[in-house]
Design a protein around this ligand. Structure first.
Ligand SMILES: NC(=O)c1ccc[n+]([C@@H]2O[C@H](COP(=O)([O-])OP(=O)(O)OC[C@H]3O[C@@H](n4cnc5c(N)ncnc54)[C@H](O)[C@@H]3O)[C@@H](O)[C@H]2O)c1
Length: 246
């Protein structure tokens, strides 16, 4: 990713900052000059940098978010990145899996938006970027997973479709306060998946490869920058065209 966007003087909070995308995103935002507030469940950060501070924060708990928010103070940009996938087949779905996906992907996004938008409302300025998924846009094709016993689940897709809807809802609701809310929906990010899976996946992808974290983080840096000041309520799919062949 090139160092294109001026994020100096922007305090940007990332949830799920210890994950694959969160870590790459923190590095990309730092490279563009941002002050990064990294948050996740673990006690410590997996990325360190003088411009970055880490706070433990469980997004499924109002109490945990409020306690962190008290220490963090106001932020210019909130990135609702923490999310969980459920990969057991539908026939084996359990109630805890449904609850967990709903709690992290939907409830967590709503609570963080509510709590971190309060200061944005007062200042009449702010940006919220939600991480959806291509599986919130199109149904997962179980053939990609072959006989692995895994499949991207209905509850993951439904919660990510919900995240895309929340993006539109909050963009409309918070627009009068000069708060822009957008979503970025990545296709599958390469993470040493089995070759059979990768082959099946890229066969359906016009650009012929899985996503790299840098494909996604560049778009997020753009949305966090002032250049994106008149874009709101949009879902940008970053999927190499995967959705075109569904
Ligand atoms: N990896 C992909 O292929 C892909 C594709 C599309 C969308 N996404 C989305 O991108 C986002 C990041 O995914 P990733 O691949 O980096 O996943 P990941 O599993 O590597 O990271 C997710 C992070 O979220 C954190 N987390 C989980 N529950 C939490 C909670 N209750 N409170 C705070 N943090 C919590 C985890 O500790 C973890 O560090 C997710 O929303 C995911 O759904 C990922």
């Amino acid at each position: 990713m090139s160092n294109l966007y001026d994020l100096k003087n922007k305090k940007i909070l990332i949830t799920g900052a210890n994950g694959q995308l969160g870590k790459a995103l923190a590095v990309a935002l730092l490279k563009n000059g941002a002050t990064v507030i990294a948050t996740d469940l673990q006690a410590e950060s997996e990325t360190t940098h003088p411009q970055m501070t880490y706070f433990q924060m469980d997004i499924t708990s109002k109490q945990s978010i409020e306690a962190a928010a008290k220490k963090i103070g106001e932020v210019d940009v909130l990135i609702n990145n923490a999310g969980i996938g459920i990969f057991t087949p539908f026939e084996q779905r359990t109630e805890p899996e449904i609850d967990q996906a709903m709690d992290v992907n939907l409830k967590g996004t709503i609570l963080c938006t509510k709590i971190f938008s309060q200061k944005m409302l007062e200042r009449e300025k702010g940006k919220i970027i939600n991480i959806g998924s291509i599986y919130g846009v199109v149904a997962a094709d179980k053939k990609i997973y072959g006989d692995s016993g895994r499949n991207s689940s209905e509850i993951y897709g439904a919660t990510k479709a919900g995240v895309i809807h929340l993006t539109k809802y909050f963009a409309a609701y918070l627009g009068e306060y000069n708060i822009q809310v957008n979503a970025v929906s990545p296709g599958g990010i390469f993470n040493e998946q089995k070759p059979e899976f990768v082959d099946n996946y890229i066969r359906k992808t016009p650009l012929g490869r899985m996503a790299e974290t840098s494909d996604v983080s560049g778009v997020i840096c753009f949305l966090a920058s002032d250049d994106a000041g008149y874009i709101t309520g949009q879902n940008i799919t970053v999927d190499g065209g995967f959705n075109l062949n569904q």
